[in-house]
Design a protein around this ligand. Structure first.
Ligand SMILES: Nc1ncnc2c1ncn2[C@@H]1O[C@H](COP(=O)(O)OP(=O)(O)OP(=O)(O)O)[C@@H](O)[C@H]1O
Ligand SMILES: [Mg+2]
Length: 332
């Protein structure tokens, strides 16, 4: 087997919406692979097809060499799943949730007991294992879900937005568990996220997904290097001037890439520090006032902006999303 996951033109249409459009990806065994994209990009739909929760309307996919359409039971035996919304039973204890999962996977009592202790220890929940899940914090709930996904020794683990709505400290904590289980348990991991820092920090390779299509796929470093230099951000006094300024920069060939968002113009140049005076001079010669200027190394957000004309940052988890997540979780 060459790939843990291999898709060929996989597609999902919901009536008039094409949620995933002709996606072909290959994930190697042991890889930590990220699907990075804003809300509605198609991330959950893609991993729901790979985990046999829903059927593709086109194309094909194999997970651990089993076809998701023709051999769904074998796919399920080989995967673990952490859904975007929590699916734990909050009236049971942590240990009982794990035990229930082990029973559903037909694990015998001895094996189940041993594995429960292992996965609890991995996510550092041994001390709270006998408390009911209702009393857990958001981070503990997520850790228990990861532990549950690992109970039956899956080869491939899908994590759908593993840190959505968690505070930065808890997020860092979960990142460490994800790294450990990828390295020490050797699990192939596919995670979806719209936090670019998360994808950057964790993933060996990242597929940037937008409107159901992969717009770029590579290592985080290669994606950032694609832009070929530093990013200068110019905030304009008057947004009406944006198009004219972009044209001026393109005509003068002073930047490899020029993009825009709201009142800002982003230009990518080599030797950014040296180029700033020239860039400002061109704006000044054209009589276009600049309010502020800054320089930074490219981030995955710049890469996303380059390919889509929008920023992922616009869509990052705000308080509303966090509250929505908690409410949805409570309803369930
Ligand atoms: N069951 C469904 N019926 C109709 N449309 C759907 C269904 N599930 C998803 N969609 C649509 O498919 C598109 C992709 O949704 P999906 O949930 O896969 O996005 P996502 O990238 O996971 O977004 P998020 O970051 O918000 O979780 C959206 O336009 C969504 O409204
Ligand atoms: Mg989703």
């Amino acid at each position: 087997m060459l790939y843990a996951i291999e898709t060929e033109g996989i597609t999902k249409k919901f009536d008039e919406i094409t949620a995933v459009n002709n996606v072909s990806i290959s994930v190697k065994p042991g890889e930590l692979f990220g699907l990075l994209g804003p809300n509605g990009a198609g991330k959950t739909t893609l991993i729901n097809m790979l985990s046999t929760m829903i059927e593709p309307t086109g194309g094909s996919a194999k997970v651990w060499d089993f076809d998701v359409k023709k051999d769904a039971p074998h796919v399920r035996q080989n995967i673990g799943m952490v859904f975007q919304d929590t699916t734990l039973d909050d009236r049971l204890t942590g240990r009982e949730n794990l035990d229930l999962h082990g029973r559903l996977y037909d694990m015998d009592s001895k094996h189940r007991k041993k594995r429960i202790e292992e996965v609890l220890s991995l996510v550092e929940l041994t001390d709270r294992a006998n408390a009911i899940v209702k009393t857990y914090s958001g981070g503990m709930t997520r850790r228990l879900e990861i532990a549950r996904g690992l109970m039956h020794h899956p080869h491939v683990l899908f994590l759908d937005e593993p840190t959505l709505g968690l505070d930065p400290q808890t997020r860092n904590h979960i990142w460490e568990y994800i790294k450990v289980l990828n390295k020490e348990e050797g699990v192939t991991i596919v995670l979806t996220t719209h936090y670019m820092e998360e994808a950057d920090h964790l993933c060996h390779r990242i597929a940037i997904i937008d409107h159901g299509e992969i717009v770029a796929l590579d290592t985080p470093e290669a994606l950032k290097n694609m832009l070929g230099g530093d990013v200068i951000t110019l905030e304009l006094e008057n947004p009406d001037n944006i198009s004219r300024l972009c044209e001026i920069y393109k005509e003068n060939g002073c930047a490899s890439i020029v993009s825009r968002k709201n009142n800002d113009v982003f230009i990518t140049v080599r030797d950014g520090e040296r180029q700033i005076p020239h860039v400002l001079e061109l704006a000044s010669d054209a009589g276009i006032p600049i309010r502020s200027v800054s320089l930074h190394k490219p981030t995955l957000d710049d890469v996303f902006l380059h390919f889509t004309g929008r920023a992922i940052r616009d869509k990052e988890a705000g308080e509303t999303e966090r509250v929505g997540y908690i409410l949805r979780a409570r309803r369930k």
